[in-house]
Design a protein around this ligand. Structure first.
Ligand code: PLP
Length: 439
């Protein structure tokens, strides 16, 4: 039985000796400049410096992104694509420039392959709705994995109910690694699509997507990659991967909320049906029928999120200037350090691969006998923001036999000192609960 902090006589955090803060090392100094770019990282929470370790949920935003949105509203605000006046043209070219920047960022051949949505969830729903509804028939199969976020599960449930398709799943092992020896029996000529996450948001596992894409293509199946947790953290090249769709969110990669991206191969986007009907996605409209515009505009009905898309452009500039390889290297080092330090603690159960080369900067863990929400609540009192719960992966949690985990997730602005402080504060959680148990 896990102890519930809300029901027991638990001493307040202030009853426990104060955690000593680790002095900044050279590593922290190197990243000081980067951290200075993020105003929120200067915040104090309950009088303690914020340690933000919830980047898998959403990342923080640098000044340049915040400023780009403000500058847009101060100088260029107008509706796009439809105006003939100067501001409308300025706003249209700023918005369309971000489409080109996004294409370059993921090495897409053609910027018409980039569709803007509200978030990664909507991007996956768009693919399921516009491709799946048109091309799937009863008996067709879609192959997913057991580690998918609900965003890459529920849209396929809809299609299963509506079209009579079947869903199959690549299992993962005790280490949270996909069991690819099952692929030959799971993939067949009935498989029309393989849809999987590049990096698990609950386990941190980096999946060997290139190998899976090749195997799927050999059977004639398309592949959708959920890049929500990978595109922000490592270089992704859609031409090299040869994936058919890639979905991700701006807000997890320094950009604003309200902008998602679906990359699709152009021939697919041309063949698929629109997602929503309305202004801007049409060619000609009569009272009783209509014809549609070309991709990407065919999929962008109504006024889009212009300001935040422009903010996303500033995020891409920031990531390009920092360098995705540099970001990957920094996070790999932080993850190596965190995995080593966490595995030295016997009372902490860490999920996901032990090898940092296939484990992204997402450390999912449980403390023996303590509910993850309690872990999150006590860490919060220390100024440490982590996530606790099922992380929108209930089937995965069911397989692990837990209701949830505590999850610390990094970005390149995090430091080893913050990982050390997290571990010190975890000791404090143990002290609080052991103290309570002894009473
Ligand atoms: C792997 C994965 N896929 C999809 C999503 C959904 O992203 P969004 O909420 O931005 O649509 C998330 C969000 O955490 C995620 O981690």
């Amino acid at each position: 039985m896990m102890t519930d902090i809300h029901s027991g006589n638990i001493p307040a955090a202030s009853d426990i000796p104060e955690t000593s803060r680790v002095p900044a090392s050279d590593g922290a100094k190197i990243f000081k400049k980067t951290r200075d770019d993020f105003p929120i990282l200067k915040r104090k929470i309950y009088g303690k410096p914020l340690i933000y370790l919830d980047n898998a949920a959403t990342s923080q935003k640098p000044f340049s992104v915040i400023q780009a949105i403000q500058t847009y509203y101060e100088n260029s605000n107008a509706n796009i694509h439809r105006g003939v006046h100067h501001l409308a043209e300025e706003a249209t070219s700023a918005y369309e420039a971000v489409r080109k920047k996004t294409a370059a960022f993921i090495h897409a051949k053609d910027h018409h392959s980039i569709l803007f949505t509200r978030n990664c969830t909507e991007a996956i729903n768009l693919a399921a709705f516009s491709w799946g509804r048109k091309f799937l028939k009863p008996g067709d199969e879609i192959l997913l994995t057991e580690m998918e976020h609900h965003s890459n599960l529920i849209p396929w449930h809809f299609l299963k109910n509506e079209k009579g398709i079947e869903l199959k799943f690549i299992p993962f092992n005790e280490e949270g690694i996909l069991n690819l020896s099952k692929l030959p029996e799971l993939l067949s000529s009935r498989t029309k699509l393989v849809s999987l996450t590049h990096i698990s948001n609950s386990l941190g596992t980096i999946n060997p997507i290139k190998q899976i894409i090749e195997a799927a293509h050999e059977k004639g199946a398309l592949v959708l990659i959920d890049g929500a947790q990978s595109v922000p953290h490592l270089p992704v090249d859609v031409q090299d991967l040869n994936c058919d769709f890639l979905a991700f969110s701006s807000h997890k990669m320094l950009g604003p909320t309200g902008v998602g991206i679906l990359y699709g191969k152009l021939e697919l986007l041309e063949a698929m049906d629109p997602f929503m009907g309305g202004g801007e996605m049409i060619r000609e409209v009569w009272l009783d029928h209509s014809t549609y515009s070309k991709p990407p505009w065919k999929y962008e009905a109504g006024t889009p999120n212009i300001a935040d898309t422009i903010g996303f452009g500033a995020a891409l500039d920031y990531l390009n200037q920092t360098g995705m390889k540099e970001i990957q290297k920094q996070e790999e080092e932080l993850t190596r350090f965190a995995l080593q330090r966490f595995s030295a603690e016997k009372e902490i159960k860490v999920y996901g691969p032990q090898n940092f080369k296939i484990h992204a900067g997402i450390i999912s863990f449980n403390l023996e006998g303590i509910h993850p929400h309690d872990v999150g609540t006590i860490l919060d009192q220390e100024g440490i923001a982590i996530r606790a719960g099922h992380h929108c992966t209930q089937p995965l949690m069911r397989k692990l036999g837990v209701s949830g985990t505590a999850r610390a997730s990094f970005y390149f602005y995090n430091t080893k000192e913050e990982v050390e402080l997290l571990l010190q504060s975890i000791q404090k959680v143990f002290q609080i609960f052991h103290h309570a148990a002894a009473r």
